[in-house]
Write a protein that binds this ligand. Structure first.
Ligand code: RFL
Ligand code: PHB
Length: 391
């Protein structure tokens, strides 16, 4: 097989880039390790910045999002039972965020790829990237049953998530990895219940962080901070609801509608950046290059800016014979990635209970929150980061 751009990974990053390039006449093949059902079974992001929503529309995938999403102009922070609202629109100069699940937007992207005859190959095994650094064009092989298939291309996009093969194809002496592992995870539950609050509630509590989020007015998503040693089996639905209630303000807990979990999983919290994001003819995008703890809702949104930069760089290359965008991709993408890292680290540090923290550290958290709600400038900084820095 032959294509212009071979994309490894059929998550939101890979599908979005494939869709955008296709609309501009650039041919792609997407290789995805899992089945489509598996990819669509993963429950992940819920909050999108306007820039991401705009990209969905540009990819001609925004129709269902625009009719089914919720636009949120703020969220609440609960500090040991006391609620205070962050007015995102006021403090960001008019912006808001879009609540629409990653599962749904991935489904929309797959449907668009089907509609336009896009090539997305599922269940590929043993993907190997070849000749990435050479002056000769790269090629990719994968196993389909007993057969090895080969794809010749101009460029390879590594959009295969944190555990993918693309990043690992960059030589050790070139790749620099920066990592921070947090000593806890988030236990998440999806339930077919009415959300307890019209806006998200981020809750700081001595027993640990909690988050009340939603996918729609009939689908709620809740999280609690748990030790890394906990497993999903340790948490019955009843135990989860009881613990969540303990961490919320009393009136919120009293109003919480509980029900059976549709999905329950634990995600460890980690910050990670790989540099550079380009090596030869390989370009990394999204979780393949960087991940954040979910506290600031930045993960998928950081992937969106990578895709935006790559999309425009590819257009300049193929339509204008201009490689400036490709040459500057890594530097440009990383500048925004690190800002998302800083913000996610800050939100995580502010709101979680750290097992070994001293009384001094807790006092600093108290002070950080008190300062936040006493200063329009501090709220402005939070708001402009949460709605997404420009790209
Ligand atoms: P993905 O979604 O991991 O997709 C990568 C795809 O590559 C496939 N793959 C391979 N394919 C071929 N060959 C191989 N060798 C391969 N290895 C892997 C995988 O099967 C997969 O389909 O990466 P992508 O596309 O870069 O998207 C990133 C987002 O998924 C991620 O950043 C967000 O989900 C993070 N995130 C959030 N981001 C937000 O912007 N807002 C949020 O509110 C938000 N909430 C969250 C989150 C992530 C969470 N978890 C579970 C980590 C909440 C949670 C709990
Ligand atoms: C979610 O709804 O899954 C969600 C929302 C906000 C976050 C993280 C996750 O910060």
């Amino acid at each position: 097989m032959k294509t212009q751009v071979c994309i490894i990974g059929g998550g939101p990053s890979g599908l979005m880039l494939s869709q955008l390039l296709h609309l501009k006449g650039i041919d792609t093949i997407v290789l995805e390790k899992q089945s489509r059902e598996y990819v669509l079974g993963r429950i992940r992001a819920g909050v999108l910045e306007e820039g991401f929503a705009k990209l969905m529309r540009e990819a001609q995938c925004g129709e269902r999002m625009d009719s089914e999403c919720e636009v949120h102009h703020g969220f609440e922070i609960s500090d040991n039972g006391v609620l205070q609202r962050v007015d995102l629109t006021k403090h960001s100069g008019g912006s808001s965020v879009v609540v629409y699940g990653q599962t749904e937007l991935t489904r929309d992207l797959y449907e668009a790829r089907d509609r336009m005859g896009g090539k997305v190959i599922h269940n590929v095994e043993d993907v190997v990237l070849h000749d990435l650094s050479a002056d000769t064009p790269p090629w990719v092989t994968y196993r389909d049953g007993d057969e090895i298939q080969r794809i010749d291309c101009d460029y390879v996009i590594g959009a295969d998530g944190f555990h993918g093969v693309s990043r690992k194809s960059i030589p050790r002496e070139v790749l620099r990895e920066y990592e921070k592992v947090y000593p806890f995870g988030w236990l998440g539950v999806l339930s077919r219940t009415k959300p307890v609050s019209p806006e998200l509630i981020y809750a700081r509590h001595a027993r640990g962080f909690a988050l009340c989020s939603l996918r729609s007015q009939v689908l709620s998503r809740y999280y609690i901070q748990v030790p890394l040693t906990d497993t999903v089996e340790d948490w019955s639905d009843e135990a989860f609801w009881e613990e969540l209630k303990r961490r919320l303000p009393k009136d919120v807990a009293a109003a919480l509608e509980t029900g059976p979990s549709i999905e329950k999983s634990i995600a460890p919290l980690r910050s990670f950046v790989a540099e550079p994001m380009r090596w030869g003819n390989l370009f990394l995008a999204g979780d393949a290059a960087h991940i954040v703890p979910p506290t600031g809702a930045r993960g998928l949104n950081s992937a969106a800016s990578d895709i935006y930069y790559l999309y425009h760089a590819m257009l300049d290359h193929y339509h204008n014979c201009d490689d400036t965008g490709l040459d500057q991709y890594s530097q440009k993408a990383l500048a925004r990635v690190w800002k998302a890292q800083r913000f996610s680290w800050w939100m995580t540090s502010l709101l979680h209970t750290f097992p070994d923290s001293a009384e001094y550290d807790r006092k600093l958290q108290d002070t950080d929150l008190a300062y936040l709600f006493s200063s329009d400038r501090a709220l402005g900084s939070l708001a402009e980061n949460y709605v997404g820095l420009p790209f």
